[in-house]
Design a protein around this ligand. Structure first.
Ligand SMILES: [Fe+2]
Ligand SMILES: [Fe+2]
Length: 285
């Protein structure tokens, strides 16, 4: 069950300790070193404790050892009642089989689209699944959870998860941004630590090229309404697979930035010339 070894030239994810973001609510953190720049990208998941504890996404396989240790330092496997899977990408499903096996009392919150898309890689225990669509609510003991699709996403299976008891919103891939830091320098763990321009530039680069290249195609009015609809829920804190924590005082700013993404022209997507420069800098060419 240990983490797979990275390929030559690749690094293990950087380990960051779990970060408490609200009562009984923890961001389980890791970060991957950026390509060709002194930057890192968060690879987060979360644990919501309480009467019916929830594991929110299952991290990446390459971070398995730390993920399992961190998650089960926050909740006993037998106590886990729910496992929420936001979508089918490898950085969110990397330890799914291990978690489902270790947590025999957990129901898997997922969807038809997720099972259809990921059924080639994982035998879903269908009798343990509960399918949720955008807007559906689930009562998890003392927490009411809402499956709330973020405005931007890279899989049609995507649902975020809002815990209405704390106002913490798991936004799946939305709000993704690289952050300064890497080996020897701890990556930022709160957007308050980021230079505002760097935050915006990072969100543009990732939001368009790595998440939602379709943004330039959308009807601006309908997109703005979608952003407003998500923002209209009581959201006190945004946590994401690929962002430092976005605290209450920056939630409005973050939604404003997401709204502006559709009208933004990003820098060119790195091409073969960039790859060759990177390989040269790495001494591999
Ligand atoms: Fe994704
Ligand atoms: Fe992701």
């Amino acid at each position: 069950m240990s983490s797979p070894e990275p390929a030559a030239g690749q690094l293990h994810p950087l380990h960051l300790p779990p970060q408490k973001v609200a009562a009984g609510t923890y961001l389980v953190q890791a970060a991957q070193q950026g390509l060709g720049a002194p930057l890192s990208v968060h690879l987060n998941s979360a644990v919501f404790q309480g009467a019916e504890p929830i594991i929110v996404d299952t991290g990446s396989a390459r971070n398995r050892d730390h993920f399992i240790k961190d998650v089960f330092s926050l909740v006993e496997p037998a106590d886990v009642r729910w496992v929420f899977l936001s979508h089918d990408d490898s950085d969110h499903t990397g330890n799914l089989a291990e978690v489902i096996e270790m947590c025999p009392n957990a129901t898997l919150l997922c969807s038809w689209a997720l099972v259809e898309r990921f059924g080639n890689a994982y035998d879903f225990p269908l009798r343990r699944c509960r399918w949720v669509n955008d807007g559906d609510s689930v009562q998890a003991g003392d927490r009411t959870l809402v499956a709330l699709r973020p405005p931007v996403y890279d899989s049609p299976a995507t649902r975020g998860l809002l815990d209405t008891s704390t106002g913490v919103y798991w936004a799946a891939d939305a709000f993704a941004t690289p952050v300064p830091g890497g080996p020897g320098t701890a990556p930022a763990t709160d957007v308050a630590e980021l230079d505002p321009q760097l935050w915006w530039d990072g969100m543009v680069m990732f939001g368009v090229h790595a998440l939602a290249p379709w943004l330039s195609l959308v009807d601006r009015g309908r997109y703005a309404k979608t952003v407003r609809n998500v923002q209209g829920h009581r959201i006190e804190c945004i946590i994401s697979g690929h962002s430092p924590v976005i605290g209450a005082d920056r939630v409005a700013e973050a939604f404003d930035m997401i709204g502006r993404l559709a009208d933004t022209t990003p820098p060119p997507c790195p091409d073969q010339q960039v790859l060759e420069l990177m390989l040269h800098a790495m001494g591999e060419q």
